[in-house]
Design a protein around this ligand. Structure first.
Ligand SMILES: Cc1cc2nc3c(=O)[nH]c(=O)nc-3n(C[C@H](O)[C@H](O)[C@H](O)COP(=O)(O)OP(=O)(O)OC[C@H]3O[C@@H](n4cnc5c(N)ncnc54)[C@H](O)[C@@H]3O)c2cc1C
Length: 1119
């Protein structure tokens, strides 16, 4: 059996999670390429020019420069393209030019030539070819080329570098270009041909404007350097990789005693979407003058330096950019080297009991059952379902106002577009034009008159093709009468507008403790929102039946019953006419509990009696669907000399958006989860869902958990700061312990597993020793600007869905006469491995190898009234139901099995069939005791707690604000893991998703509530290079969930996200250390996420309340 070397058990023995020997080694001849394509490919070398044509558009692939120029003359409007990556509208078919001349098949443009006086890089040379082709550089002559090569290697991703060219990057005409500043200071020139001979054009800001249409650049020439030349390039972005510069700077100088010449070019996209002026990179003439007049560069942030930067930046100047450029200039002569270790990871988990049968899969690290299909692309998601006969595509129209009335809406021109079939609007909804994710319906499916937020879907065009639909959408004319939009929590608080009841919990358990208070503090913290960024966007296909109002919906939803009931209500038909089917989702994270795409598709399908497919594009998804709630929390905390919290009052305001969605329930959960991993005996908390003119915010992994942890961990940090204690000691003092009664509900903590995780994590991370090492590192004068931080934090989590009636699960298990088994249950596979776990459970209970069991989909046809897959409860609810169904079958088969102990399974089933034994069973589970009542603060909020502790070490570059997580150790109590491979995957994934939330994912709204960060080029999620360099996860041994858990396992989907806050507290430690060294108050309050910009500002004392407000509300223009 092949081995996956990543998984280790307690004795460091390798455990295979999949059998690599079964992987197929694909050879080119195995690929199914048609004969005609093969013929073209074989003849490519011999062909002169390939032309592709479609819809009147032409793409040419000439093979010589002359051919390209003659095509350009023949088609004067044609544009040149190489990788085709430069420009934001590259995927917009309608806006693409009619004729494109691709230069990628011209061999002569692919050449790099080293000449006596410099290096000539052909226009067709990609970044990858440039990096590979410029190996042997002369360190003196080729200084500029080396800087170019080093930085070309860091551009975007491998995929982009493989097709994008250096010349394309120069002519891209974008202020984010890193290549333009370098080539400018290197005094490079473009060699340009246009059929009338060639000319040279010096590279510099605005170089693309110096070229005429039809000018073809054949290469870029970089002159040699001399021994005293210095060329440096610095880049500051919001994320270390795959990100454009907020500020970049290239500098050339000649470092002799008498500086003769300095060239400085500053570029960058400013604060990305916030204030992008889209101005070119520009020469920093004042800095150049200042630099030339100094003999040894800049040694400090002198007033003259800051003033010169300010003048050079002009309108773009702000404290952050001035500070960053000053730091860049100061650091030019200092080579800062952070040693990055090779990424490593260990996963430790309990060994399977030796008495367990080798075919019994429970507790084994089995790979996710559709992992292979998902990797190869064979796994089918909603939009992979082949087109149905007569299918139409739906393209949505979004409101461009936040709070407005539609005065006029005209679709006349849109309807004339060939292929357009219908306009779908509120008028077409035969039933209730309202739906809700939780509680009574309050959200219009499509608005009649009033639009409530920017991005709201007003209607949809139904067309034969997406292209026709998109063209028509542009022609729909809408006139609004707009009203002022209320966007921020602050405005809603000021006007005291709420969307539902405020959640309020107060409990005073220990008066003596309260009296022991010796200190107190107040503070406030602001937390941003977060996009779900699931891989698969919101999608649905509605297929009308031919008879009796039947309808089948294929939906990407976590909530099959929710979709079924909302669609039935909108169409005014009973639920038994609607079947919802879900094979799998490409991620959900709480964002797919709603039913909007299904509703619109169903309304269209019913109106037109044709299958209708609605697949959101990423931007539609981001602007029309809900996100993580923003929160503002104010706290007042009292504590005693030992650092124990004696009482705390926390008041939260939550940005709910325009409708309820889950915000009222969410606020209740926030109130419950504000205690994080601690027991606060005297606690008074409230969470107020505020109504604003934004899209209603919705569920997101953790559901109040990470937000509550951010608030409470800030309080703990503050206590440590005020008492001078190690924060770990303060945390230990307040940790939730066995026997504790929390501030909510009546459940008593029945074990000390959180303490066990705590101690094991302290031990595993070697916390106290590492803390000393971190302090020594920070005190070392060599590390003036690089500081480290370490932090260990606990989390406890109650997997549950708030309404008792929702604590139910069902499963249907069928055995066919060949012995094969089909399992269905009410849970949805969102990528979390639920189906894999369910098959493990069925296999164990039935005592049949897992290979004999299959699971196709979740369907309302087989499992009725299923609870939404949420709250980390799906395994508990559906797993129990699978157990019950399988137990019933085992009981039925027992007489045959007992009488024939060695009889093969297939024979047992065959015999059972002949004996007319029912070979299918239904399991229904409804025993969970969770029944919390927030009004009374009674009932229990948990069957068990999922516990965990994480210790993170970070390194912060205080001159840029960048940080790297050097190491994270997690010890997690998942009870007896049903599947350690899947559980550890969930822990790692949740941690990294939370890490994105607290450090880089910044969701920015404009003044009208419009989202500025509408795609992943402006909204930054962590990349592979952001994950902890060393990432160790251990599952706590000998832990067994005692109550109501499937095979003693615990829900794990959400809890670990809380542990990512350890990075925030570790960054705090590092920044505090730097601030101390600069005589600044080590304590600072800062909004989440801790972006590079905020970390930089915190290091340099540039954060103030006023600035924070400015920072978040700055006007912006789209890039
Ligand atoms: C996800 C992503 C991340 C990125 N990150 C970075 C980054 O970190 N730093 C950075 O500097 N850049 C970055 N870029 C920009 C990237 O460098 C450019 O997109 C790329 O270099 C353009 O090269 P191309 O071959 O694709 O050009 P194309 O898109 O083919 O062309 C770009 C322009 O140049 C013109 N052109 C191209 N070749 C010629 C020629 N021979 N003669 C005349 N005109 C020509 C085209 O007509 C077009 O106007 C990023 C881009 C993306 C998509």
């Amino acid at each position: 059996m092949g081995k996956n070397p990543q998984k280790f058990d307690a004795t460091n023995e390798e455990v295979a999670t999949y059998d690599v020997s079964k992987f197929k080694d694909l050879k080119p001849e195995d690929l199914s390429i048609s004969e005609s394509t093969k013929k073209i490919l074989n003849n490519v070398e011999k062909m002169k020019c390939i032309t592709f044509q479609s819809d009147g558009k032409k793409w040419f692939y000439p093979t010589t420069v002359d051919e390209a120029l003659s095509l350009s003359k023949q088609f004067p409007k044609a544009v040149f393209r190489q990788g085709g990556t430069g420009g934001y509208k590259k995927f917009d078919y309608d806006d693409s030019p009619m004729e494109v001349i691709f230069l990628t098949s011209i061999p002569s443009l692919k050449v790099i030539t080293t000449k006596a006086d410099g290096v000539l890089i052909g226009a067709g040379v990609t970044y990858t070819e440039l990096v590979e082709g410029l190996h042997h550089l002369d360190p003196v002559k080729h200084k500029a080329v080396k800087v170019l090569r080093d930085n070309a290697a860091k551009i975007a991703s491998v995929q982009l570098r493989n097709i994008a060219t250096l010349v394309g990057g120069v002519l891209w005409g974008h202020p984010g270009s890193d290549m333009l500043p370098i080539l400018t200071v290197a005094e490079a020139v473009l060699i340009v041909e246009n059929g009338d001979g060639h000319r040279q054009v010096s590279v510099g800001p605005g170089v693309n404007r110096k070229l005429k249409h039809g000018d073809l650049v054949v290469g870029v020439f970089i002159p040699n350097n001399t021994v005293n030349d210095i060329i440096v390039f610095c880049k500051q972005a919001r994320r270390k990789t795959v990100e454009l510069a907020v500020v970049n700077m290239a500098l050339y100088t000649n470092f002799t005693n008498n500086i003769k010449k300095t060239i400085i070019v500053i570029g960058g996209i400013d604060l990305a979407v916030k204030q992008c002026t889209l101005q070119d990179s520009s020469r920093a003439l004042n800095l150049e003058k200042l630099f030339t007049s100094k003999k040894s560069g800049f040694a400090d942030n002198s007033a003259a330096l800051l003033e010169a930067i300010k003048t050079d930046l002009g309108l773009k100047a702000d404290q952050y950019k001035i500070g960053i450029i000053a730091e860049m200039l100061n650091d030019i002569m200092v080579s800062k080297k952070t040693v990055l270790n090779k990424p490593s990871a260990h996963q430790l988990f309990e060994k399977v009991n030796s008495s367990q049968s080798s075919v019994d899969p429970i507790t084994r690290p089995i790979a996710h059952l559709s992992a292979a299909e998902q990797c190869t692309g064979e796994a089918q998601f909603t939009d992979d379902i082949p087109n149905f006969v007569g299918e139409l595509k739906l393209v949505p129209i979004h409101s461009t106002m936040a709070n407005a009335k539609i005065v006029k809406l005209c679709t006349k021109d849109a309807m004339l577009v060939p292929g357009v079939v219908a306009w779908i609007s509120a008028e077409d909804i035969p039933g209730l034009n309202m739906y809700a994710n939780a509680g009574p319906p309050d959200t219009p499916i499509l608005p009649k008159e009033d639009v409530n937020f920017h991005g709201m879907i007003i209607g949809a065009i139904a067309a034969e093709t997406i292209e026709a639909g998109k063209e028509a959408v542009k022609l729909v004319k809408i006139t609004y009468k707009s009203n002022p939009a209320l966007v921020t929590i602050a405005e809603a608080v000021e006007k005291d507008i709420c969307i539902g009841d405020k959640s309020f919990i107060e409990r005073n358990q220990d008066e003596t403790l309260q009296k022991s208070s010796t200190h107190s503090f107040d503070g406030k913290i602001k937390l941003g929102g977060q996009f779900h960024i699931y891989m698969e966007p919101q999608s649905a296909i509605a297929v009308p039946g031919t008879e009796k109002n039947e309808l089948i919906i294929y939906a990407a939803t976590q909530n099959a019953t929710g979709v079924q009931s909302a669609v039935a209500s909108a169409l005014s038909i009973p639920m038994n006419k609607v079947i919802v089917k879900i094979r799998r989702l490409g991620g959900a994270f709480g964002g797919k509990e709603g039913s909007l795409p299904s509703l619109i598709a169903a309304v269209a399908a019913k109106k037109l009696m044709r299958p209708c497919r609605m697949i959101f594009e990423r931007t539609s998804d981001l602007i029309a669907m809900g996100h993580r709630h923003e929160v503002h929390a104010g706290y007042n905390v009292n504590f005693n000399d030992s650092g124990k919290i004696t009482s705390a009052k926390i008041e939260c305001d939550v940005n709910a958006g325009s409708f309820r969605d889950v915000s009222v329930v969410w606020s209740m959960f926030l109130a419950m989860r504000l205690d994080a991993g601690y027991t606060i005996k005297n606690f008074n908390v409230s969470a107020n869902p505020r109504k604003t003119d934004l899209k209603s915010n919705t569920a997101f992994r953790g559901f109040g958990g990470p937000e509550g942890t951010c608030v409470m961990e800030e309080c703990i940090e503050r206590i440590a700061h005020l008492t001078g204690k190690d924060p770990a000691l303060v945390r230990r003092e307040n940790l939730t312990r066995e026997g504790d009664l929390l501030h909510q509900g009546e459940g008593i903590i029945c074990d000390d597993n959180l303490l066990k995780c705590w101690e094991q994590c302290l031990d595993q991370s070697n916390y106290f020793e590492m803390r000393k090492e971190v302090e020594n590192f920070n005190n070392d004068p060599a590390n003036k600007k690089i500081k480290r931080g370490i932090s260990i934090i606990p989390c406890k989590f109650t997997p549950f869905i708030p309404a008792k009636f929702r604590s139910q699960g069902s499963a249907y298990v069928r055995i066919y006469i060949d012995g094969s088994i089909l399992v269905s249950h009410g849970g949805v596979e969102v990528g979390q491995g639920l189906h894999t776990k369910m098959l493990q459970v069925a296999s164990t209970v039935l005592q049949v190898p897992i290979e004999k069991i299959h699971l196709v989909e979740t369907s309302t046809e087989t499992n009725v009234n299923a609870t939404t897959t949420a709250g980390s409860t799906a395994t508990d609810l559906n797993g129990h139901a699978v157990v019950l169904a399988c137990e019933e079958l085992v009981e039925k088969l027992a007489p045959i099995r007992d009488a024939n102990p060695n009889m093969p399974w297939e024979k047992v089933i065959f015999l059972a069939y002949f004996q007319r034994i029912q070979l299918s069973a239904f399991g229904f589970y409804n025993r969970s005791q969770v029944d919390y009542n927030i009004k009374e603060n009674t009932g229990v909020t948990f069957n068990y707690l999922t516990n965990g502790v994480a210790c993170s070490i970070v390194e912060v570059d205080c001159s840029t604000g960048y940080h790297q997580v050097l190491k994270t150790d997690i010890v997690m109590d998942v009870g007896q893991s049903l599947n350690p491979a899947i559980d550890i995957g969930q822990i790692e994934g949740a941690f990294v998703q939370g890490y994105g939330y607290v450090t880089m994912e910044e969701l920015i709204h404009g003044k009208e509530g419009e989202i500025a960060t509408v795609n992943v080029s402006t909204y930054k999620v962590p990349t592979i290079s952001d994950i902890p360099q060393e990432f160790n996860v251990t599952l706590l041994r000998n832990s067994r969930a005692k109550k109501e858990a499937v095979f003693s396992s615990k829900g794990i989907g959400e809890p670990p996200i809380n542990l990512s806050i350890s990075v925030v507290t570790a960054i705090r430690h590092a920044v505090a250390s730097y601030r101390k060294s600069c005589n600044l108050d080590p304590w600072f309050q800062m909004r989440i996420p801790f972006t590079t910009e905020r970390i930089f500002r915190a290091c340099h004392g540039l954060i103030s309340d006023e600035e924070e407000n400015i920072l978040s509300n700055k006007p912006y223009t789209h890039v």
